[in-house]
Design a protein around this ligand. Sequence first.
Ligand code: ADP
Ligand code: MG
Length: 551
Amino acid sequence: MATGSINVSVENIFPLIKKFLYSDHEIFLRELISNATDATLKLKHLTSIGEVNVEYGNPTIEVKIDKDKKQLHIIDQGIGMTAEEVEKYINQVAFSGAEEFLEKYKDSAKDSGIIGHFGLGFYSAFMVADKVEIITKSYKDEPAAHWICDGSPTYSIEAHDKTDRGTEIILHIGEDDVEFLEDSKINELLVKYNKFMPVAIKFGTKTETLPKPEDAKEEDPAPTQEVDNIINNPNPAWTKQPADLQDEDYKSFYRELYPMQFEEPLFNIHLNVDYPFNLTGILYFPKLGQDMGMQKDKIQLYQNQVFVTDNVEGIVPEFLTMLRGVIDSPDIPLNVSRSYLQADGNVKKISSYITRKVADKLNSMFKNNREDFEQKWNDIKIVIEYGMLSEEKFFEKADKFALYPTVDDTYLTFEELQEKIKDSQTDKDNKTVILYASNKDEQHAYITAAKDKGYEVLLLDSPIVSHLIQKLETSKENISFARVDADHIDNLIKKDEETISKLSDEEKEALKVDLEKVVPKEKYTVQLEAMDSNASPFMITQPEFMRRMKE
Ligand code: ADP
Ligand code: MG
């Protein structure tokens, strides 16, 4: 028997990385800006702990297009690399300098916001570039280095005369990817991926209008000046402490996230946890009304302020994907498939944490200002009812604040409702029967009749109400639901004994026979007595089970 090892050479791996590492070519910019950010944050951290003594100042990352040379430049003022470090960090594929840094400065750097992880991001540059150059000068007193690689496993490295600290990455954009030399394309990518990154990112300049001087004439144009065009907000609201934010701050952050959205959110939930996983974020309840389903893909997922995706399926419980906002967590494994995501322990914990926070927020709103909560009910019920159906844990919590509107526009919790009707709405099996209407106009006669008997009638009109009813009937003991036009509601104990028919028995019988000729008997029941006390001369009812069968 012979044994041997499978020989994987770099020659084989390199084109594979290029082709398959990331399905999306455009993320190369996100990766390179993440590296530039890391380099800047490392310097910041080292100066803050006194290990390095340099002027940290107000560093920016610059993105520049050189259309003539077909180059894209990403320039930072971070820690830079010595030639030796380039060999170590760049030439070793899948060796992450970010991870090494975090390991070395374990305790002090855990909140430094360092992004890198897998040691693969840099190579995504080759997805769009035929050739990549690195010109880099370390903060250490060593000459700058110039690394050049054309995408084959061979590279060159030599000294360079760069004197200012930091790194410049030069991408020679390939023929197939010239779109990345367009201002509009790069701007689009920066706004999508880098809008909230922690180090200022400059892309070109913009014209700013200055106030007119005191002695300016009416017709004088206001003076202008060219200023750096900074595309990001390095301190987005979700990275701040809830105690430091006012209602208006949350609203203005909402407008920043959804510039095209004119309606204000109803309220928000600030997520902030660092054990047993790290997660921050702000979720907004938009006005939903009836149009559920149209809202998906509105929650953005970030990792250390880098945009990752707006498909949060598997991370946020499904019923909450109707909300808006951001969540940011370094603990969500991203370079893995969705099905793996669902099985990941951390991801499961994150999902149930979010569910709990949402339930707690709703509960405190209900407790602190019930009137306001009732006013919002119509806009939020779809999320709550959907959640009650899909997540048992949420059902248990929501059961205390979920509201059931009556046809008289009052709102009852389930407990209040039960208390109110338990003595008056009981059927022959001693079950409490909850009456409801689904349409006030169409079922007007039935509603009036039931109310005349002193029954409470709910108005349940959301699209998933039949499922909710089923859920309540199976979760609660000794209750059942019946729509006002169901046939057996006359048998509830609090029947009005006093009603006297205005028709004689013979007249009633004749009318009944006539009606039954036109109404299919096997599906409906004709009732005459029931309606004597109001304007309707008779009622046609249907067994509850038959009606539900159709739904
Ligand atoms: P990761 O960011 O996951 O560590 P990358 O492949 O993106 O992996 O980068 C590899 C390493 O190269 C980084 O960890 C870092 O040490 C070094 N590096 C990359 N870009 C820069 C930069 N702009 N400035 C300084 N070091 C850099
Ligand atoms: Mg990286």
